[in-house]
Design a protein around this ligand. Sequence first.
Ligand SMILES: NC(=O)c1ccc[n+]([C@@H]2O[C@H](COP(=O)([O-])OP(=O)(O)OC[C@H]3O[C@@H](n4cnc5c(N)ncnc54)[C@H](OP(=O)(O)O)[C@@H]3O)[C@@H](O)[C@H]2O)c1
Length: 338
Amino acid sequence: MTDGKIPTVKLGGDGPEVGIQGLGCMGMSFAYGPVDADASRATLERALELGVTLYDTADAYGAGENERFLSPFFKAHRDEVVIATKFALSIPPDDPTRRVVRNDPPYIRQAVEASLKRLDVDVIDLYYMHRRDVNVPIEETVGTMAELVREGKVKQLGLSEVTAGELRAAHAVHPIAAVQSEWSLFSRDIEPRVVPAARELGVTLVPYSPLGRGFLTGSFVNAETDLTADDFRRQQPRFTGDNAAANAALLEPVRAVAEAHGASLGQIALAWVQQQASVHGLPVVPIPGTRRPTRVEENVGATRIVLTEEELALLDPIADQVAGDRYADMRFASAGRE
Ligand SMILES: NC(=O)c1ccc[n+]([C@@H]2O[C@H](COP(=O)([O-])OP(=O)(O)OC[C@H]3O[C@@H](n4cnc5c(N)ncnc54)[C@H](OP(=O)(O)O)[C@@H]3O)[C@@H](O)[C@H]2O)c1
């Protein structure tokens, strides 16, 4: 860490240097209960001061609202930030509550123009396919994304929730800079195939929900009783019913490691994800989400924690014991397509 800032790593083979922890911005507009615009703006500024440079959004977060919200921050710091956004979860005009996965070229072209407009920037630094539509060949989707690079609308390409095979096929069409998938002490299904493929191809891994959507911090146990009525986590099998209490009990080893380091549970969860970079030999840039400046300080503090082999061994069995899938509808995950 220099100048109080976190270390950096290259995003993709020839991409920009980014802080080794990014910031997930989804919750600033959507999904995780009441929003607080002032606290979120302060969080963005504090993150940048600490060396966080990769900011993650998507057109689907609040149906464009998240991109619009972030735009003034991005414009004020255009040369310091790396803007990552995504397409693929389209909202049918007749039912704004639904999401339809679209990877077809006309849709991508329409989506990128809409994102550029909402963000009010000339170019998107990292443009992800958010979800895979298996009815469209991945080569066709990435072919269109590559055209956007050639046209100067997008700098680098990313894929979210893809299989190793899909990543390889895509990379053969155009270099993929980053794969974004859920990766945490609770969610490790990408390790056998996706992670080795990313390492081999020089792709950076961007773990989303590295705090297990907040569950790994111990800040809630049962989403149905502890979170507000509109919170997306109330629909998730891991955080409800009998699963919630069973999964909370799995945090005991995390608590023990946290005590040994004088750290919080969340910091140990983040240190574990970060350390997968050396375990698996590839660049890893987790994007924990928060709307609070003090929490971004805490989360960034995790980049200084190094877990011992014994601690890694203590944490290793947790994921296999987690009760419940990571989505209510597992078509949203890549795991079933491997
Ligand atoms: N590609 C995809 O399909 C996909 C899916 C989900 C998410 N994402 C991206 O990944 C980002 C991160 O994932 P996520 O937000 O789902 O989950 P996460 O980062 O695992 O957890 C976020 C939750 O943890 C809480 N939190 C953060 N820091 C904390 C701390 N130090 N102590 C206690 N609680 C803390 C946040 O609450 P506060 O905000 O109140 O602090 C929020 O409720 C998102 O913002 C989004 O950009 C991508």
